[in-house]
Design a protein around this ligand. Structure first.
Ligand code: NAP
Length: 247
């Protein structure tokens, strides 16, 4: 199995894309830290699913925007499996509204989780990744970071910010032989799309050359590639997984 014995921390992995990544890496033999903020039950279900498939996993509660809670998550990881080889910064939120009505609180909340969470987790796990044999940092951005999206000025700014961060960390990690990359999913069938009206979703799908939303497995398969030794010479990249949206 391609991830045998590699320790992977995936933020926000009790549900959605993170859950798909956790279960995929677990099924490939990884030791998985399933991070959650509020979804405790689903986090434990994810652990059970990974263990039932022959993998090892532990649940770790932490709000990624809270530095002390991220330090606690690192302790849970070290106690269960030792230092991390792979960090996937997946936890993310939206707070959509047109820019003229966007409050400073809505701006700050999206920055605190999407960018601040990435900052906290990357800094706390940096030494682990640097010291790992080919450590991996993988940041889950979005097609919205490239194209923008009506009503998502805060989210688009945060997701674009991940590109510059990733390229810079890729340069800083390179001397130690570790890599940093971004995955930019297109619209993916998870709870995050629940608030999008069907009419709008139909319009979105009509604009996707492959004529469907992504499934979490579509994103997880690309993350698995980036997390594995198959991607040794790929760093500082943004990999689009969007059904051809920008063609
Ligand atoms: P989702 O179904 O809404 O799930 C969000 C996940 O993030 C949950 O597991 C949640 O944990 C976690 N989370 C939120 N705030 C957190 C915090 N402060 N600390 C720790 N965990 C936190 O979203 P998703 O669709 O799976 O999205 C996952 C990532 O993919 C996000 O970064 C998102 O921006 C990106 N993305 C999504 C799409 C899409 O169309 N779905 C497209 C492109 C990119 P709890 O449930 O425990 O709170």
């Amino acid at each position: 199995m391609s991830m045998d014995g590699r320790t992977c921390v995936i933020t926000g992995s009790a549900r959605g894309i993170g859950r798909g990544i956790a279960e995929y890496l677990g099924s490939e033999g990884a030791n998985v830290v399933v991070n959650y903020r509020s979804s405790e039950g689903p986090a434990h279900e994810a652990v059970e699913t990974i263990e039932a498939a022959g993998g090892q996993a532990v649940a770790a509660q932490a709000d990624v925007a809270d530095r002390d809670e991220v330090i606690h998550m690192r302790e849970v990881c070290h106690d269960a499996f030792g230092p991390a080889d792979v960090l996937v910064n997946n936890a993310g939120i939206t707070a959509d509204t047109q820019f003229t009505t966007m409050t400073r609180e809505e701006w700050d909340r999206v920055m605190d989780v999407n960018l601040g969470g990435m900052f906290n987790c990357t800094q706390e796990f940096y030494d682990d990744i640097w010291n790992a044999n080919e450590g991996r940092l993988i940041n889950i951005s979005s097609v919205v970071g490239k194209q923008g999206n009506f009503g998502q000025a805060n989210y688009a700014a945060a997701k674009s910010g991940m590109f510059g961060f990733t390229r810079t960390i890729a340069l800083e990690l390179a001397k130690g032989g570790s890599t940093a990359n971004c995955v930019a999913p297109g619209f993916t069938a998870t709870d995050m799309l629940e608030s999008v009206p069907d009419k709008v979703l139909d319009r979105i799908v009509a604009g996707i050359p492959l004529e469907r939303l992504a499934e979490v497995e579509d994103i997880a398969a690309v993350v698995r590639f980036l997390a594995s030794e198959d991607s040794s010479y790929v760093t500082g990249e943004v990999i689009d997984v969007n059904g051809g949206m920008d063609l």
